[in-house]
Design a protein around this ligand. Structure first.
Ligand code: ZN
Ligand code: ZN
Length: 233
């Protein structure tokens, strides 16, 4: 079953293609669920997002497509929302949509995934940058506003990798995501970027799986040592 939930329209000024073209391509490829999750408006960095006045038209266009193609595909209406303290807007957080993707694209208002501002990587300790990024992911999960974590380890986009173990840096964020019962998207956009791999990395996915597994054991009241004694018998 193909589920494709992270798609932008030309309203965000960095995507192209009409809504119906996306939908027809999705139907052609056998997609069952196709979600439009364009960048939500925000009073910060307005260049790469729709304006508040465009929300209504966007929602209407997606809902029209949902109705028109309902016999062939399930279309969902959503937003990708920047987690940025002081800039998130109730009109977006309370929008009547199927889901919200929570994404971190800014660290203290620094657009770290924008090639225009790549110079900043040389001005701060790389481990500190990574930790700030995952602290923001953790706060995003704890906020309770979002359903899906967008591109979990986007901070690797330009391949400035930390010295410290990534699983340790991300530990609290992963636990907060699990606790919030959020979905983590598998996003292949990273293959087009210097890092040349998907978000999240295989290693982070493994870490997540083991977290989920430990939680299941706890729910069954089985300790880790008890489990190990059972499987190694
Ligand atoms: Zn996006
Ligand atoms: Zn994004």
């Amino acid at each position: 079953m193909i589920v494709d939930l992270h798609n932008h329209t030309p309203l965000c000024n960095h995507a192209e293609g009409e809504i119906f073209k996306y939908v027809e391509k999705a139907i052609e490829s056998g997609t069952k669920y196709f979600g439009f999750s364009d960048h939500a408006p925000m009073d910060f960095d307005p260049k790469y997002r729709m304006s508040f006045t465009q929300m209504q038209g966007y929602e209407k266009a997606v809902l029209e497509a949902k109705e028109k193609y309902k016999d062939s595909i399930e279309i969902l209406l959503a937003y990708e929302v920047d987690f940025l303290e002081g800039h998130m807007d109730k009109r977006v957080l309370n929008a009547d949509v199927d889901y919200l993707i929570g994404s971190v694209h800014f660290i203290d208002e620094w657009g770290f995934d924008n090639p225009e501002f790549i110079g900043h990587y040389e001005h701060e300790d790389i481990d500190v940058i990574w930790q700030k990024y995952f602290d923001a992911i953790e706060a995003m999960a704890r906020s309770g506003h979002f359903d899906i974590v967008g591109h979990l380890d986007l901070i690797k986009v330009f391949k400035y990798m930390p010295k410290k173990d990534i699983n340790l840096i991300a530990k609290n964020a992963l636990e907060a995501i699990k606790k919030a019962d959020m979905v983590i998207e598998l996003n292949v956009a990273g293959f087009r970027k210097p890092v040349a791999e998907a978000y999240p990395s295989v290693s982070l996915l493994n870490k997540l799986l083991s977290l989920i597994f430990l939680l299941l054991l706890a729910q069954m009241h089985i300790s880790q040592s008890k489990y190990l004694s059972l499987v190694t018998r």
